[in-house]
Write a protein that binds this ligand. Structure first.
Ligand code: MLT
Length: 329
């Protein structure tokens, strides 16, 4: 009996320790480096935003935020890895409009539910999407692009970052508006896809502004239109899709931080505070704005605002993807 009592006592003690470990771990967080998963190749828009924001968050948190580029399946491989990581704040992900919205309609067997399998931390940047082509593409403006694309659909190559990516999804919208089915060339991110566009190996692409600005400014690629209601201050000469004659091309993406479901609230609060501090920093702001990024206002940076954004973006993109008949095998 005494033996049984001491076993039960030890067991209850362990439970008590376990319960206490949560708040203590959260209080001491972070006591080691944090892995920030980027679901695409280095040099692309998600990687660029993650490195700018992550570097400042490291300073606030007093620990390094280490970037891990996990590639494959349009960002869904990385998102699945993040969803399955321990919910302790040491593995988080820079998700985006593709991984945490469009993927739902594109992958019937998606391993995760963006709305319920993650704790939203906050939005890092809005990233308007542009219609781009290689430098010697034979169309000087959007109208000529449409005419040329319709007449030469069979020989057109479209670069993208895999089914589920922003580049795939927004060009899916473009192609269905124009009524073309070009050859699709997947890359592990729009970093390498952009290299192929600059090198002239592919014809056109839809990409987020943050990795486009230097190339457009240098004249190594053509930009026909931006999918936002207003022109982007970093590329004031590029017309909006409405101005360019394709008003239905409404395409703007976003990057945002997520943690695995069950990450304790005090840890989410610390990560959110570090994100907010990064977005208030004049150096971070300048870098993002110079690249055409849109910095969310205070209300747009909360976990709740991100939860709402994920829901509304799934609702926005699902019918567009279904109407285009796109689905991953
Ligand atoms: C990237 O970082 O390569 C992009 O965000 C990929 C995409 O979604 O198009």
């Amino acid at each position: 009996m005494l033996f049984l009592k001491s076993i039960v006592g030890a067991f209850l003690g362990l439970i008590a320790l376990g319960l206490a470990a949560g708040p203590i771990a959260a209080q001491e967080y972070p006591s080691r480096n944090i892995t920030l998963i980027v679901p695409f190749a280095a040099g692309g828009p998600t990687d660029v935003v993650a490195r700018i924001v992550g570097e400042h968050m490291s300073r606030t948190l007093g620990r390094s935020v280490l970037i891990e580029n996990t590639l494959g399946a349009g960002g869904t491989t990385a998102s699945t890895r993040a969803m399955r990581a321990a919910p302790d704040g040491y593995t988080i992900i820079m998700g985006h409009m593709g991984t945490h919205a469009a993927a739902v309609a594109l992958y019937p067997n998606l391993a995760y539910n963006p709305s319920t399998d993650f704790e939203p931390i906050g939005m890092a940047s809005g990233t308007p999407v542009l219609i781009l082509a290689k430098r010697d593409f034979p169309a000087k403006d959007m109208k000529e692009f449409v005419t040329y694309a319709k007449a030469n659909e069979a020989k057109l190559n479209m670069a993208h970052a895999g089914i589920g990516s922003v580049s795939f999804t927004t060009c899916l919208l473009l192609n269905s508006l124009i009524g073309i089915k070009p050859t699709s060339i997947p890359f592990s991110g729009t970093g390498p896809a952009m290299n192929a566009l600059v090198g002239g190996q592919v014809d056109f692409m839809c990409d987020q502004v943050v990795s486009v600005v230097p190339q457009v400014q240098a004249g190594t690629i053509k930009a026909y239109a931006v999918g936002t209601p207003e022109r982007n201050p970093a590329l004031p000469d590029v017309p909006t899709a409405k101005e360019a004659g394709l008003p239905e091309f409404k395409a703007s993406a976003w990057n945002a931080l997520f943690a695995p479901k069950g990450t304790p609230k005090p840890i989410i609060d610390k990560l959110n505070a570090a994100l907010v501090a990064a977005l208030d920093d004049p150096g971070v702001r300048k870098r993002l704005i110079d690249l055409g990024g849109e910095i969310p206002n205070r209300e747009g940076r909360t976990p709740q605002a991100l939860a709402d954004l994920v829901k509304s973006e799934i609702a926005k993109w699902t019918p567009i993807i279904k109407a285009a008949g796109a689905v991953a095998n």
